[in-house]
Every structure is written in structure tokens, then in C-alpha cells.
Design a protein around this ligand. Structure first.
Ligand SMILES: [Zn+2]
Length: 380
């Protein structure tokens, strides 16, 4: 009788395990389940010469945003933020060519090309000459290209990694250049804003040449129409919000799987909320955005566990809000803001993968981060 009961128990256990199962750290409902030791195991693993480059940018994410999130967010992993477990950490300066305080256009251009430019410029030097963007370089090196943001596709950060324009405000010109560049995976928010920016001919090309998924729930069905991933994929995801989300992490996972190929890929992923909520002096929004970014970093690490020929760099383009160091006894979190603008404060750099000790304990310039990644993309 005992034996039969034991068998029944084992069977029930097996069924329940497979019902709410888990694959490579991802739960069936699209969340990530990690322990501190599993994170450290990935971070301290053996890495190979990188074929895949993952660059994650927290727009406007300052050092103290991360600290405040570590203290005040209950939504982080049980052991804290994943990025704080990364051993190779340093700082970066962010000034643009014409200002101590950069905007996202000049900093995206610097992080993408290794050349400082004026605020407002997209993929161009201060004289207005085109610079080779990281997306262009990666394609030239035979890699697939992914550009992902939880803001508008033609926002300053994704634009500076992909195209060229005299001004970040040339939104229509930029979206046209994006559509023509055809990143292998392109994700952002708001299908209609892209669609209305195109003329009839461009719309025709867009609908013929791209696999289009108007929302995240449609990604798998849309991708199934092009199982060999021959066509560029454009998908629309959830906008950053004051509630921490797994959507950016899930979108990133989808992108890694679609971009994976023998020559490798380059993907830039922007978590945009830390900037927008900084301008609004909304600390809870900032915290949610740091958690959203952190889950995306976790998704990248889970990919690296299976693909050790991958390099991950996480940084910010600048600080927004002049956030003070939290004490843990804040009466109002909004009191942590000293401004509603960008500041010249140094930001963090985190790196995992071969060669990433370059950043450990160092202060580099944002152009140095670009040069490091450009070398990695070129295979130097
Ligand atoms: Zn801003």
C-alpha cells in the first residue's frame, strides 16, 4: 500500500512539475525565475570570443536610480537586482561635443560610433558628416541586427544606433530611414505612429518586405509565417510604464532567438522610462523602469548561459533628475530629485563576457564603450 502511495505521489509530482514547468529560467507565464547562485554561475562562467553582442541602455538611468531601486523595490529578484551581481562594473562620462550635459541623440551617437557629436545630431559628427552606426557596422561584418525600445522607434536612442539625421526632430525622415535600413528585428511602441509616417509606396514596401506584428501577443503567429527568418521582423511592444513589466525582457528573448545565426548578431535594447520619469520627477516610475531593465538583463544572461560566445554591456546614456543618494529613510521619494533635467553625473557600466574586465573599477568615456564594442563586432 505504501509503495502504491509513493508511486502515486511521484506521478502527481511529475505532472505538477510539467504543468507549471520552467525552461531555461523562464516560467510558462513568461516570467524569469532565478536564484542568486544561478546568476553568479552564469556571470562567473567561461566565455568565448563573442559572436553575439547585446547592448542594453537605460535611458537617463543614474547610479542613484539603481540604488534607490535596490532599497525600495519589492519587485526585484529575491536576492536583489541582477545588475548589482555583475562583477565587472565601472563608470562612464557622458559629455557631448558641444555641452557638458548631453542629450540622448549625441550620447546614442557616441555610444554607437565612438565619436562625440553635438546635442540633437543623429549618427553624424559635429560637421554634419555621416558616421558609421553600430547597426551599419554589424551588418557590414555579416551580423544580424536588432534594435529594440519600449518607446518610439524613431526616438533619439534607437535612431543614433541605426541611421543619420541633422536633427532628432526629423521624425518622419528618421522613420523612413529605419524602414529602409530594415533591421532584422525592429521593435518599439505604437504601430500607428509608424504607419502614418509612411507614404503609399513606403507602406506597400513595408507590408511586402516585413513580417509585422502589431502587438506582442501576435509575435509567434507572425514569425510562423516566415520560419526561416528571411524577412525583417517589426514588432510593437508595451510602452514603458510606472508598473514594472516583463514585456521588454520577453521581447528581448524573442529577438535573441530570431537573430541567432552562425555569424552572430548585434542588438541594442533601450529601456526608456528612467529618462521620462526623471523629467517628471516620478521616482516610482524610475524604479519600475530600472526593474524592467533588470529583468531584460536577466533575459540576456539566460541567453548567455546557453550561448557563451556572447558579450553583454549595460549602461546609460546620461543621468536624468539629479537623483540624490538614498538613505532608506526618505519620507517622499520625489525629494530625491534635484532637477527635472539631464545632468553631467557619471553613469554605470556593467559588462559580462570575454574581455569585460576592461571596465572593472575603471572610469571610461562613453566613446570608449563604443570602441570596445566596435572591436568586439569586428572580431578584434
Ligand atoms: Zn531626457
Amino acid at each position: 500500500m505504501k509503495k502504491i502511495l509513493a508511486i502515486i505521489l511521484v506521478v502527481v509530482l511529475l505532472i505538477s512539475l510539467s504543468a507549471c514547468g520552467e525552461k531555461n529560467g523562464w516560467t510558462d507565464d513568461g516570467k524569469i525565475n532565478l536564484t542568486e547562485s544561478s546568476v553568479l554561475e552564469i556571470i562567473n562562467g567561461e566565455f568565448k570570443t563573442p559572436k553575439n553582442i547585446i547592448f542594453i541602455i537605460g535611458d537617463g538611468m543614474g547610479v542613484n536610480d539603481i540604488e534607490t531601486t535596490e532599497i525600495y523595490s519589492e519587485e526585484k529578484f529575491p536576492f536583489g537586482l541582477v545588475i548589482n551581481q555583475i562583477k565587472n562594473q565601472g563608470l562612464s562620462t557622458t559629455a557631448s561635443a558641444d555641452s557638458k550635459i548631453t542629450d540622448s541623440a549625441a550620447s546614442a551617437t557616441a555610444l554607437s560610433t565612438g565619436v562625440k557629436t553635438n546635442n540633437g545630431f543623429i549618427g553624424k559628427d559635429p560637421q554634419g558628416n555621416d558616421l558609421k552606426t553600430m547597426a551599419e557596422l554589424a551588418r557590414e561584418c555579416g551580423k544580424k541586427v536588432g534594435i529594440i525600445t519600449n518607446e518610439d522607434i524613431n526616438g533619439a536612442t534607437p535612431s543614433g544606433f541605426t541611421v543619420h539625421s541633422d536633427s532628432r526632430d526629423n521624425r518622419k525622415e528618421i522613420i523612413n530611414k529605419f524602414i529602409n535600413f530594415k533591421p532584422d528585428v525592429l521593435m518599439g511602441v505604437d504601430y500607428n505612429s509608424v504607419f502614418v509616417a509612411l507614404n503609399d509606396e513606403e507602406r506597400q514596401m513595408f507590408e511586402n518586405d516585413y513580417v509585422v506584428a502589431k502587438k506582442f501577443e501576435d509575435f509567434e503567429t507572425a514569425a510562423a509565417t516566415d520560419p526561416e527568418a528571411q524577412k525583417p521582423f517589426i514588432g510593437f511592444i508595451e510602452k514603458y510604464s510606472s508598473v514594472a513589466s516583463y514585456n521588454l525582457a520577453q521581447s528581448a528573448k524573442f529577438a535573441f532567438d530570431r537573430l541567432k545565426n552562425d555569424n552572430g548578431f548585434f542588438v541594442m535594447i533601450e529601456s526608456a522610462g528612467t529618462d521620462k520619469f526623471g523629467h517628471n520627477k516620478d521616482m516610482n516610475g524610475k524604479i519600475a523602469s530600472v526593474v524592467t531593465l533588470d529583468r531584460t538583463v536577466a533575459a540576456a544572461l539566460l541567453f548567455m548561459k546557453e550561448n557563451p560566445d556572447t558579450l553583454l554591456v549595460v549602461t546609460s546614456d546620461h543621468e536624468t533628475g539629479g537623483v540624490r543618494k538614498p538613505t532608506g529613510n526618505e519620507k517622499y521619494l520625489s525629494d530625491l530629485f534635484t532637477t527635472g533635467s539631464h545632468t553631467a553625473t557619471k553613469v554605470k557600466v556593467f559588462a559580462v563576457g570575454k574581455g569585460s574586465e576592461y571596465f572593472n573599477g575603471e572610469t571610461v568615456d562613453n566613446t570608449d564603450i563604443a570602441k570596445f564594442l566596435i572591436d568586439a563586432i569586428k572580431g578584434n
